[in-house]
Design a protein around this ligand. Structure first.
Ligand code: ATP
Ligand code: MG
Length: 325
């Protein structure tokens, strides 16, 4: 499983489909319909809306895409069980939080940390990166890490402090953490695709996107293009999940939300990508501020773990349990 590589996909261009000229192809690509599978599962109405082609023509494009697309195979329950047996858990640095998560962050899943500014999302991402590089007998994966940094908040100095606190060689730790700055949402999507290529050269069991939603929020705010944004975000989330499944990797993402519950729950568009992100993330952890460096983590919507809360401590040394009262 761990050495499994992504299959090389045949280069495909939407112009290969009957009835798709240059202008239509450009519109389809812009809306994220540049893969056969995405076209194959699209609805004629959606496709017509984003590309400007009539619904009848859109239906023909979809039908053609279905003929070409590799729709995927059924797996037996035995195969799925076998893959699930390979699931590993990445500790967070806080025993309280690990316990809440049933032992740590699971591979083959997306774990979303959401909360307001300063709630500790980025600190947790740094700590997870350090932990993943740790030897297996110390609870780590002993692998490299990929970080897609959209807000320019990656700080090698924090990695050094956290590595030292764990008794690791900070330079060796830094060498195993590969960071890419994403300049906009399209770039972010491309980097997630590039992540698969990185697995040819490095053994990677942790992929971080911090923040998942900031570019999508700023670029699509008030443009009346919510559907397009959700479509792209949905696609991105599925790319991330695929990465996690194929590489038996943890995928950790952050999402900033307003601390005001009326905004958070009242307006379905308020937490960025609310529904899309919520349905694709397997685990969601809501962080809120407490006194000092303490933060309260709440597990929300887990498929099989009980809801609950854990207190964690942010410190110079990273994420710990702190001194509990
Ligand atoms: P945003 O939504 O703005 O990205 P965030 O949830 O990512 O916010 P973080 O940057 O992870 O928030 O958290 C910032 C907090 O982490 C600071 O307010 C501070 O409490 C704590 N922190 C950061 N660095 C240190 C450090 N070196 N020592 C102790 N605490 C620190
Ligand atoms: Mg942050």
């Amino acid at each position: 499983m761990m050495a499994e590589k992504k299959k090389e996909e045949k280069p495909f261009s939407v112009e290969d489909l009957p009835g798709v000229g240059e202008a239509t192809a450009e519109k389809l690509r812009e809306a994220g319909y540049d893969e056969l599978m995405r076209l194959a599962v699209a609805s004629p109405k959606d496709l017509s809306e984003v590309s400007g082609v009539a619904e009848g023509a859109a239906a023909k494009i979809i039908a053609a895409a279905r003929k070409f697309a590799d729709v995927g195979n059924f797996e037996t329950g035995e195969e799925i069980l076998q893959r699930r047996k390979e699931i590993k858990k990445l500790p967070t640095g806080s025993k309280n939080l690990d316990e809440l998560l049933g032992g740590g962050l699971e591979t083959q899943a997306i774990t979303e940390f959401y909360g307001e500014f300063g709630s500790g999302k980025t600190q947790i991402m740094h700590q997870l990166a350090v932990n993943a590089t740790m030897p297996e007998d110390a609870g780590g994966f002993n692998t490299d890490v990929l970080i897609i940094d959209t807000e320019n908040t990656f700080r090698p100095e924090r990695i050094v402090s956290m590595a030292l606190a764990k008794g690791l060689d900070p330079d060796e730790t830094l060498k195993r953490i590969h960071v890419a700055r994403a300049y906009n949402s399209h770039h972010q999507i491309l980097l997630a695709e590039k992540a698969s290529e990185m697995t040819k050269d490095f053994h990677i069991r942790l992929l971080i996107v911090d923040s998942l939603t900031s570019h999508f929020r700023s670029e699509y705010m008030g443009r009346g293009s919510l559907a397009e944004r959700q479509q792209l975000l949905n696609r991105h989330m599925h790319d991330l999940l695929k990465f996690g499944t194929i590489n038996n990797a943890v995928v950790a993402v952050t999402n900033q939300v307003s601390a005001r519950p009326d905004i958070f729950f009242g307006d379905p568009t308020a937490p960025i990508g609310g529904h899309i992100v919520g349905h694709t993330a397997t685990f969601r952890v809501y962080l809120r501020k407490s006194k000092g460096g303490k933060r309260i983590a709440r597990l929300v919507d887990s498929p099989y773990l009980p809801e609950g809360e854990a207190v964690i401590q942010l410190s110079e040394d990273g994420i710990t349990d702190g001194v509990q009262a």
